[in-house]
Write a protein that binds this ligand. Structure first.
Ligand code: DAH
Length: 347
């Protein structure tokens, strides 16, 4: 019996050492210490022993049981710790791994330039106003002194909504002059940015939809000098004090006299060519037309109830895309509308 107990002790301890899961341990506990276990089986035979032997064997059996129990507890703790360890390792969150960066967008280059222009004019005391893109031909043409039959009224140039050509997508922001003068008495300085539409094929400098910024100043004694002063100071702020501008005589039905203002081409610096090739940005002109302007026609003032004998004014309308192209050194207008992030990220 002593040998039996010794065998149980050795086998139980080594099997417990080899176990490596809580389930295995439980199985071994039942096998060695359970009611139908090995140790119990040996103890059941105690009755057959002599009175001298019984206490000795009893003691031995108890010490074997105690040793197995102790081992069991030890293995339980060790396996529990290992299981916990593995679980923690599997669930670990490494707080030192850099997170996914959120990419922040920014203003579209056109909006940046628009904001700059607005800031400059607001600084000069201009009021910024908004108006409808779907406009009456009356405001877009007639009251701006643009006669019936004028080429800009042609159906091949203008998007009309009605058969009688009375409603259209505005072809310019100039109708805002009329809308503003209907509701305001001079003196005033107004700025009206917005979208305009023309049946133009898209190329490097044209698009069927583009943006204009209209300006209008009416007061007593306003002269062409005020017009040039306002426009030159604005351009110098945007393009730098060194930038070259020129005014050319022109004709607009709603201003008299009228002019256009050009900026020296930022691509070829006025030479009209690059490496012997015609400059694609200014088509060899050396200059890029930025705006039309002039002194408000007396007929236009009159049609809005403003006395042209007492008041005079100047007006201008500039192309925002062209301004942005010069400001941001963009060579093709279509890039502005493509919204390719690889392009936009550069600004
Ligand atoms: N509306 C004109 C255009 O689209 C530009 C323009 C010319 C606006 C003269 C003006 C102006 O206010 O006075 O071509």
């Amino acid at each position: 019996m002593k040998q039996q107990l010794e065998n149980i002790r050795l086998q139980a301890l080594s099997s417990l050492d080899a176990a490596n899961s809580p389930a295995e341990l439980e199985e071994l506990r039942v096998k060695w210490l359970g009611k139908k276990g090995e140790l119990t089986a040996v103890l059941k035979m105690m009755g057959k022993l002599s009175a001298e032997e019984r206490p000795i064997m009893g003691q031995l059996a108890n010490s074997v049981r105690a040793e197995i129990e102790e081992k069991l507890e030890g293995r339980k703790a060790a396996i529990g710790a290992a299981v916990l360890e593995a679980k923690l390792a599997a669930e670990a969150i490494d707080v030192t791994i850099p997170g996914d960066a959120v990419t922040l967008g920014h203003q579209h280059p056109m909006n940046m330039v628009l904001q700059e222009v607005k800031d400059i004019f607001v600084g000069l005391g201009y009021q910024v106003v908004d108006g409808p893109e779907v406009e009456l031909a009356d405001y877009n043409f007639t009251r701006l002194n643009i006669e019936e039959g004028h080429p800009s009224r042609d159906r091949s140039d203008t998007f009309y909504f009605s058969d009688d050509d009375s409603v259209l997508l505005r072809t310019q922001t100039s109708p805002m002059q009329i809308r503003f003068m209907e509701n305001h008495k001079p003196p005033f300085c107004m700025l009206a940015p917005g979208r305009v539409f023309r049946k133009d094929e898209a190329d490097a400098t044209h698009s069927p939809m583009f943006h204009q910024i209209e300006g209008l100043v009416v007061d007593e004694h306003i002269t062409m000098g005020d017009l040039k002063g306002a426009l030159i100071s604005m351009m110098r702020k945007i393009y730098g004090a060194e930038s070259e501008m020129r005014f050319r005589p022109h004709h607009f039905p709603f201003t008299e006299p009228s002019c256009e203002m050009d900026m020296q081409c930022h691509k070829c610096h006025g030479t009209g060519e690059i490496d012997g090739q015609v400059c694609s940005t200014c088509h060899g002109e050396g200059w890029i037309e930025l705006l039309g302007a002039g002194m408000v026609h007396p007929k236009v003032l009159e049609s809005c109830g403003i006395d042209p004998e007492k008041y005079s004014g100047f007006a201008f309308g500039m192309g925002l895309e062209r301004m942005a192209m010069g400001r941001m050194r963009i060579n093709d207008l279509r890039l502005i509308f493509d919204n390719d992030v690889r392009f936009l990220n550069q600004f």
